[in-house]
Design a protein around this ligand. Sequence first.
Ligand code: 3PG
Length: 215
Amino acid sequence: MATNITKTLGSAPVVPLVQADDPAIAVKTSRALAAGGLTVVEVVFRSDRALECLKAVADEVPEMIAGAGTVLSASQAEAAFDAGAHFIVSPGLDDGVVAIAKERGAPVYPGIVTPGELQHAYNLGLDVVKFFPASIAGGIPAIKALSSVFRTMRFMPTGGISPGNLADYLGVPAVLACGGSWLTPAEAIAANNYDKITTLAEEALQIAAQAKGDK
Ligand code: 3PG
């Protein structure tokens, strides 16, 4: 699965965040993203029913590779895998979370900002990390500086990514994919406007294709 997700992200390098407190909404949002061509979705643990939302997406939207985001502890990581997560994303680097993912043979993308955190991730055997919060942690220059030292590491910047800067981030060779919430605006969901989400997904893929061509 690790290789498949990395490969999938190579062709559709965008990871949308799904934040819902209703499984039916998480499913509708994920289907709208899939209709726009995206293949990976991160259901974030930021609501009381996040686990149910993740399970619903994993069970009912098989065209999407569903993972869990905002995973803060090893016990949350266990619960996420039990609910059907194929990967884990964390805002920070926690050895316990990484250990659970390794036990399950699944990818984990912990957030890092500093060289020390990145070196720790490297020595835990990771080769892809989240770079969070990207826009206020130095953005593209920071990723370039880190990747000049950690030459095998790939980055998934999140935090402040938008259609306006997506191409610039994806144009950095060390960037595997970008993540973010811009694809799933709360207003569109509240207005039952899932076409908007499909349109945003299509737009992101067009930007990604262009950026890939320019790399
Ligand atoms: C995350 O969890 O990755 C971030 O909260 C996403 O940040 P964004 O809302 O700026 O996309």
